[in-house]
Design a protein. Structure first.
Length: 166
């Protein structure tokens, strides 16, 4: 007896963001739907890439954005070592921390810890175009909310998610 199996149709093209601007524009729509954003909110971008996202979202929403400066080096094996995270002391009470995406969530966790040291009363949300499912639970325990557009089952390099990485 011959048994035929039906396999679901696999999409020919997996949706990728065109570039950082495209990802930020799509994230803006999601943030507007999920949060009541007004002039009392401040967007903070983690490093250069996160700031590119925060700046574009802030421009779209007519809000202010600032950069979280992350100073890093590498050890003899090539692993990143975070030497310092510099965040302005003059923060709003409502923040959206933006990043280009998450692979492991380590940097987002470090930023959350640094913010908690500055002011425990902050209302802080984390937003990124890509956050893997396995990183979400840890992020949700550190932030008031986590907002993303894509949630791959496993972590992978962010280059995978963008047609043009700039």
């Amino acid at each position: 007896m011959l048994t035929l199996f039906h396999y679901p149709q696999i999409p020919k093209k997996i949706m990728k963001f065109k570039n950082f601007q495209d990802a930020a524009d799509q994230l803006t729509i999601k943030l507007k739907a999920d949060l009541d954003l007004n002039q009392t909110w401040l967007l903070l971008g983690i490093g250069d890439f996160g700031f590119a996202i925060a700046q574009r979202v802030a421009m779209n929403l007519d809000l202010n954005a600032a950069k979280i400066q992350v100073n890093q080096t590498q050890d003899e094996y090539g692993y990143r070592i975070v030497e310092s995270i510099l965040i302005s002391d003059f923060l709003e009470t409502k923040l959206v921390i933006c990043d280009l995406g998450v692979e492991t969530g380590t940097m987002a966790q470090l930023v959350a810890a640094e913010l908690a040291n500055l002011n425990e009363d902050l209302q802080v949300y984390f937003a990124a175009p890509v956050i893997p499912v396995e990183a979400q639970a840890d992020l949700k325990s550190s932030y008031n909310g986590v907002i993303s557009l894509k949630n791959p089952m496993i972590r992978r390099a962010l280059l995978w998610e963008y047609q043009q990485f700039s």
